[in-house]
Write a protein that binds this ligand. Structure first.
Ligand SMILES: Cc1cc2nc3c(=O)[nH]c(=O)nc-3n(C[C@H](O)[C@H](O)[C@H](O)COP(=O)(O)OP(=O)(O)OC[C@H]3O[C@@H](n4cnc5c(N)ncnc54)[C@H](O)[C@@H]3O)c2cc1C
Length: 324
């Protein structure tokens, strides 16, 4: 059942859209965008050609239309009722570049894969970026999520971020203004990051290469990287590992519909074939309940859940969980 009407929204924007260079797609299937390959439609997807195009679009979009930005969807669970309003997906042409930006500095577009930043750093003997080699997202997602792994994180390397606000105005934020904590940034929710500048340190290329290989080897051994997954489902609560809490509560391998807690890494949720957004979220809430009953710890979602439930298929957060 279709819950959004992208054609109607597109028509309501009038002839102003003719000046845009990017692509507009009404009723865009989000299961083609997310790693989970599940979820409903985006009412209208816009893929801006460049920063100017993004600004033009936001200025013509009525203020009441909600805007959601996505990267490559490696941390997203989209609900089956879809996403109302506009979903922005930056184009590789305008936002995918990575370049040197001074001594030990790298500037990357927000849709640039984290991996490319790692590779650029290695090629130029800049240390501190090997952890990005194992994260399958983009720089925009990394900057929003404070993505990190293998002892490094985005906050440690970031210098500043360029963004566009909901009104289409350019904004610059320093690292301090990003308000970073574990897998979280306190930067205003409506910002669309377009570019970021990072700084590393001089390091031997062979050492960087070895660190990157170790990252890849470790992932391929302990994570279901070839599955339809969203990475770590829950944040590690202070003093605990989420996977250990899930394992001890009997969650390893637990399956609801087509969704399963991976047997290989039980904090990774996987779509075994035809999981819906409902299956995935319902499984996640069941796991939170089980862990709470077993250990008294309230797990917090790391995966971002977006969009609306299908009527009659709402997932109620488990009793005792803080709403998030
Ligand atoms: C196999 C696997 C392994 C993973 N391992 C790790 C890991 O080790 N460490 C880790 O931290 N994460 C990991 N992840 C999760 C994920 O890759 C990261 O969170 C990544 O940073 C998300 O980037 P993305 O482009 O996929 O963003 P999306 O999933 O598309 O979006 C994530 C969030 O970022 C926001 N966002 C995206 N782009 C922008 C932008 N341009 N401007 C503003 N907001 C934006 C979205 O609105 C959303 O809130 C893993 C995921 C998978 C599937």
């Amino acid at each position: 059942m279709k819950q959004v009407d992208g054609q109607k929204l597109l028509a309501s924007l009038g002839s102003g859209v003719d000046a845009l260079k990017g692509r507009l797609t009404p009723d865009a299937p989000m299961d083609r965008v997310t790693w989970f390959q599940a979820g409903g439609l985006a009412e209208l997807m816009f893929q801006p050609h460049d920063v100017e195009d993004l600004q033009t679009f936001l200025k013509l979009l009525p203020k009441e239309v909600p805007v959601t930005v996505v990267g490559v969807g490696s941390n997203l669970l989209v609900r089956d009722g879809g996403i109302a309003g506009v979903v922005i997906r930056l184009s590789a042409k305008g936002f995918g570049q990575v370049e040197l930006a001074g001594e030990n500095r790298i500037r990357a577009g927000a849709i640039c894969p984290d991996k490319y930043v790692s590779a650029m750093a290695m090629d130029n003997g800049i240390g501190g970026f090997h952890f990005y080699y194992g994260i399958p997202g983009t720089i925009g997602g990394a900057v929003r999520m404070n993505a990190g792994a293998n002892g490094g994180d985005t906050a440690e390397r970031l210098v500043c971020v360029e963004a566009v606000d909901r009104d289409g105005n350019p904004v610059q934020l320093s690292k301090a203004e990003m308000g970073y904590s574990y897998r979280h940034s306190a930067a205003p929710a409506g910002l669309i990051f377009t570019h970021a500048v990072f700084e590393g340190f001089p390091e031997d290329k062979a050492k960087i290469r070895a660190d990157m290989d170790a990252v890849r080897h470790h992932r391929e051994t302990v994570q279901p990287v070839k599955e339809k997954t969203g990475g770590s489902t829950f944040k590690n609560p202070p003093g605990h590992s989420a996977w250990e809490l899930i394992d001890n509560a009997g969650g390893r391998g637990l399956m609801i519909g087509g969704a399963q807690m991976s047997s290989l890494h039980c904090n990774f949720m996987i779509n075994t074939g035809h999981a819906t957004g409902y299956d995935l979220e319902y499984l996640g809430e069941n796991i939170r309940q089980q862990v709470f009953e077993h250990s008294g710890v309230k797990l917090e979602w790391e995966i971002k859940r977006l969009g609306a439930f299908m009527p009659g298929r709402e997932v109620v957060p488990f009793l005792g969980a803080a709403e998030d």
